[in-house]
Each structure stands twice: as C-alpha cells, then as structure tokens.
Ligand binder design. Structure first.
Ligand SMILES: [Zn+2]
Ligand SMILES: [Zn+2]
Length: 94
C-alpha cells in the first residue's frame, strides 16, 4: 500500500543568502547565491539548498569560508584548498 503524495501546502518559505561580496583571496566579485527553501510536507520539514546557475563561489563545508570557484582546485568537492588537501590526506577519505 502506497501513500499518495499529499500536496497540501504547509509553510513554504524561501531565503537566499550570500555571506560575503568578494572573494577573500582574489577579491573577485561573487555572483549568484544559494537558495534555501524549506517546505513542510505532511508535518515533516525539508530543507533544500540549491545554487543559482551563476554562482561562482563555494562555502567550504569544513571551515565555512567563502571562496570563489577559481581560487580552489576542486570547487565541486565543496571544500576550499586548505580543507580539501587536509581531508584528502586524512585517511577517512577514499
Ligand atoms: Zn578568488
Ligand atoms: Zn575550508
């Protein structure tokens, strides 16, 4: 037995935030943002983070530093250079 998707609308709110305006390393102007949407469906709340296509920066998952994508070797990893190297060396990563 499968529960039907309930499309009853609960609270839905949308915020977007960008921590800084310029890359701390190269001073490049940072564009784009992450849109954080939260929705409550069936009493359970979900948070969805989505980057806009023009986003040229990342927020390091490890040290919370904002840095532009051209200042880090692996922007897709979500980590800045320092953390990426550190985590790559750390034995708990493949
Ligand atoms: Zn930069
Ligand atoms: Zn970092």
């Amino acid at each position: 037995m499968k529960t039907d998707q309930t499309t009853s609308n609960g609270n839905y709110q949308r915020t977007s935030e960008k921590p800084v305006e310029n890359c701390p390393k190269c001073q490049k102007i940072l564009t784009g943002t992450i849109e954080v949407s939260s929705a409550v469906v069936g009493g359970i709340s979900f948070v969805v983070m989505e980057e806009t296509p023009d986003r040229n920066w990342i927020l390091c998952d490890f040290c919370n530093q904002t840095i532009c994508k051209s200042c880090c070797i692996m922007p897709d990893s979500g980590y800045c250079d320092e953390c990426f190297i550190e985590l790559k060396i750390a034995p708990n990563l493949p």
